[in-house]
Structures are given as structure tokens and as C-alpha cells.
Design a protein around this ligand. Sequence first.
Ligand code: BGC
Length: 291
Amino acid sequence: MPPVNSSNSPGTLAWPASPAPSCPVLRLLAGQTALVTGASSGIGRAIAIALGHAGANVVINYLGSPKKAEEVAKEIQRCGSRAISVAADVSKPDQVQSMFQQTVAEFGRLDILVNNAGIQLDAAFEDLTLDQWQRVIDVNLTGPFLCCQEAVRLFNKQGINPALSCAAGKILCISSVHEVIPWAGHVNYAASKGGLMLLMKSLAQEMAPRRIRVNSIAPGAIRTPINTAAWETREAYDDLLKLIPQKRIGEPEEIGRAAVWLASDQSDYVHGITLFVDGGMTLYPGFETGG
Ligand code: BGC
């Protein structure tokens, strides 16, 4: 059990924290190149750093301020891998194409694509505007479509390099428990993640004979800026825990560790699945005490 801090003051870590990894970092991705979208904060940041620590060179995609992306690049460089940051809106085809061109210009190839960039624009259904609907679908679903297409074209051209990996390429989609859990008040977000699930599975089926592996990770409640309101006060956190059998929030690094494994040859026979990293959130916690 992780230690429990009994302090009740909001804004401090007044609840169980995730255990730190005690295992050494394995250089499972040495020499490979990874592109992580939305990598300047939250889950994307943790994935980019974890892939870098595992030996991959990393392209840190961001939209907005370059400062946070540069900090991620510095952390990756500190551990001996190379990193560049590239600004691009993943929903814009010309910006996506240019991002892939910059990747190849810098590192000569691409081995791993992580479709992480995602947004929430929440509203009660009758108030949800077409703009809110469209922007969430654009970033969360059209973005992965455009990036997957560029990645697949590159992987086809490159073929397999056995010195790096037994696959011609790996694609990870960062989905959500809401690819299967309906979410009132978040119809646009849940629809985008449900769509992402079948994009991933259909693509996985089509790409399997070419040795391009496609999988998803579905995080539950992870401590990031996207859901601050769900964990920053004691009251909100206690409410959140009712939805999590493990009775703790997840940490971004836990998604990073899953991504390293799923992008590495250690999971080579894992194809077209969603790996839920959610402390049991998808286990119908309302039934914990009987039905
Ligand atoms: C959402 C978070 C939410 C979590 C669990 C994620 O996909 O982005 O806001 O806390 O799902 O509901």
C-alpha cells in the first residue's frame, strides 16, 4: 500500500500517492525514433520522457508555448537521448505533414508514433455548440487519422530494420476509459474516444500483415491539468475515489511506463488491443458492495 498522508489541506498531496517505480530503466527502445503529439504537458510529457529514458530519440509535438516543450526536451537530453520540439496543430494536414518532414530531416526515420494530443470541451448536451463538438473531434479523432496516415506511409517506405525492432513501426493511441464508459456532459469527448477505438482496431487489422503494430492505452483518472477539478480539493478527490477500486488517482509516469512496454518488442504479439491503465475504473465500481 502506498503511504497515506493524513493532512486534509486542499492543494497539498493530502491523499495516497502512487508508488515510485523501483525497477531500473530498461533501454528497450535504444536507437529508435518516437513522435509524441501533445507532449509538452500531462500524459504526453510523461510518455515522451519515458520513451527518451528508454533510449528513443523523441519529437515533442506541442501547440502553444514552446517553453514547456523545451523543458521536456532538456529532460530527455539529460538522459542521453536526442529530442526536438515541433509546433503543429494535429488537426491540420499541412502542419502534420511538415511535422513528419521535420522528424525525418532531424532523425532520418520514425519507429514509434504516439497519438496523445487530446482536449475536452465539456457542456451539457443541449448547450454543446457545433464548435465545441467539431474542435474535440478534430483534435482527438481527425488528428490521429492524419498522423497515422503519415506514419504508415513512412513505415511502408522504411520497412523493417532488425537492428532496431522486429516491427516495421509501432502506433500507440492514447484513448480513455471513455472509449467504453459513457460520460454524461462529455458527449463530444466520449464520441471521439469511442471513434478512436475503432480507428485503432480497424487500422491494426489492416496493418498486421505489414508488421506495423497498432494499439491503444486507455488511462483512467490521471493527475494532469485536464482534470484538475476532479482532484484538487479533498471533496472532489473523495468523490473521484468512489469510481476507482484501487482508491487512488493515477500518475502520468504510470502511463509512460505502459507506453514503453507497448512500443517495445517485448509486446510484439500484442496487436489491436486497448490496455486499460485505470486502477480498475472499468470494473463497474458501483457493484463493489453487491448488486
Ligand atoms: C479524462 C479525464 C477523466 C478520466 C476519467 C479521461 O479521459 O480526460 O478528465 O478524469 O478520463 O474519467
